[in-house]
Design a protein around this ligand. Structure first.
Ligand SMILES: *Cc1c(COP(=O)(O)O)cnc(C)c1O
Length: 475
């Protein structure tokens, strides 16, 4: 299996070759040259498998340059009940992504039972183990540099802590994350984890990362790597739980299922698109946004108008506060018939700060063939959905999942099960839950008191020179 760039001007590479990188050299995103297919018999053979065995059955179709026994061992080490231990009372942690039935044909798929209580652990934990394996094998090391406003940074740190050959330098805006998120990251004492609290906002952190990445000489001398949401390893890991969710709510493969996905960078729902292209009987893929509704606008009109950070709202579902969906190019590449010249022309517009319109070429008319529908949600909807869900089903959901559920209700079909992806546990967004319900959400016992643990971090001004000096000193 080779991987090609959506922009068609980079050589095709193997899985291990693209694993540690980000963008392809031509600025595009990697995709497999074809999607492996699962027919009826293949799907039937997946029924009853454990999460790890299911993951192996799927991922082994995408990875052909890691020996099967090694890949199996990496997957078995990743998807263990004790790693995804924060399941709700009554759920079986061994399911890794248990489903929770709200009512007939309406389910939550719990993707947030990992160490940082958000779905990003599902892929990042695998990435940590894959990185360590590939780096060890090649005798290499990497220094991961990232910026976070909360979920990504903590998922990366918990995935990479203690891993051989990997250091993580994570920038976050000083005193701007929630106390819980700060404690999650800063209480890590591992030698290979460096938390850097930047005097500034998230954009300042991101600018520092960009400045370092744009310094090619520094980047190569200090082996600067990234684990951002365009990483192919993250996308492919996420394909697995669409299969898991599908198999959990169906008896046989003639039943279609819809998924509603709280979306920001389009990484999660892109994995759903790939699962559908592989033959998983998915009816609708519901793209749910918050007030930052660039994707909803596209799926309703065919016009994609990314916005700048000045026009991005800070909302109570902060992990979806994104107005330029970095994985969206992967879907558009498929939508335009995998025409890389076309994709390159479209992103020349986007990268130049402009929008594009897919109506004229007739591409948007094909959108229904891909199952996509959309909707958006706002703060009042989230609060109402959290209250309703508690009142009707005795289930407390977080603000992002509430966006997904709110939009799912707009696309229900009596004959098709709807699975809403639960992308974070409510404990992670305590203040919003208190606002909605007047009481704090339950917190997993193991995380009680996390705010009073000793914290390890370095405060720094928003300066690219300062972060470079810091990296040089610590590698
Ligand atoms: C990252 C994140 C999202 C958005 O996922 P994308 O892959 O960026 O679309 C939604 N909810 C939560 C809780 C997240 O952390």
């Amino acid at each position: 299996m080779k991987y090609i760039s959506t922009r068609g001007q980079s050589p095709a590479l193997s899985f291990s070759q693209i694993l540690l990188g980000g963008l392809a050299p031509d600025g595009g995103l990697y995709l497999p040259e074809t999607y492996p297919q699962f027919n009826d018999a293949d799907l039937t053979a997946l029924r009853g498998l454990s999460y790890a065995d299911l993951a192996f059955a799927i991922l082994s179709r995408f990875v052909d340059d890691i020996p099967a026994a090694d890949l199996k061992a990496i997957i078995d080490k990743t998807y263990r009940a004790d790693v995804y231990a924060f399941s709700r009372a009554g759920q079986d942690a061994a399911d890794i992504t248990p489903t929770l039935k709200l009512k007939d044909n309406l389910y939550l798929l719990s993707l947030s039972n990992g160490p940082t209580l958000a779905f990003k652990d599902m892929a990042m934990q695998l990435l940590g183990n894959l990185f360590e394996y590939v780096l060890t094998k090649e005798g290499k090391t990497t220094n991961i540099l990232g910026a976070t406003s909360g979920d990504t940074g903590s998922a990366a740190e918990y995935a990479m802590r203690g891993k051989k050959g990997i250091r993580v330098f994570m920038l976050s805006p000083h005193k701007k994350m929630s106390r819980f998120q700060t404690a999650q990251m800063f209480s890590l004492q591992d030698d290979n984890i460096y938390n850097i609290a930047v005097n500034g906002v998230f954009d300042d952190c991101q600018d520092m990362v960009k400045a370092v990445s744009n310094d090619a000489a520094f980047k190569s001398e200090y082996k600067i790597g990234a684990v951002n949401s365009i990483n192919w390893g993250r996308i492919v890991a996420q394909v697995v739980y669409y299969f898991k969710g599908y198999l959990a709510v169906t008896q046989n493969n003639s039943q279609k299922v819809s998924f509603s996905v709280p979306s920001g960078n389009f990484g999660n729902v892109c994995a759903g698109h790939i699962a559908r292209m592989m033959g998983l009987p998915i009816d609708k893929l519901v793209v749910a946004t918050n007030e930052n509704d660039v994707l909803d606008e596209f799926f309703k009109t065919g016009v994609y108008s990314p916005r700048g950070s000045a026009n991005t709202y800070h909302t109570s579902s902060p992990s979806m506060d994104i107005s330029k969906a970095s994985n969206f190019e992967r879907f558009v590449f498929d939508l335009v018939g995998r025409d890389s010249d076309k994709t390159r022309a479209l992103w020349a517009k986007v990268d130049g700060g402009n929008s594009f319109d897919l109506n004229a070429d007739g591409y948007f008319a094909k959108i229904a063939d891909y199952g996509f529908v959309s909707g958006s949600s706002n703060h009042a909807h989230r609060m109402q959905t959290i209250r309703d869900t508690k009142a009707k089903y005795e289930v407390v959901i977080d603000t992002h999942t509430a966006d997904g559920l709110k939009v799912a209700y707009e696309h229900l079909d009596a004959n098709v099960p709807m699975v809403v992806l639960e992308t974070a546990l409510p404990a992670k967004f305590e203040d919003s839950i208190v606002e909605a319900l007047g009481q704090a959400p339950e917190r997993p016992a193991a995380l009680n008191g996390i705010e009073s643990l000793p914290q390890k971090f370095t405060v720094m001004d928003a300066s690219a020179a300062d972060i470079k000096t810091f990296i040089v000193k610590n590698v």
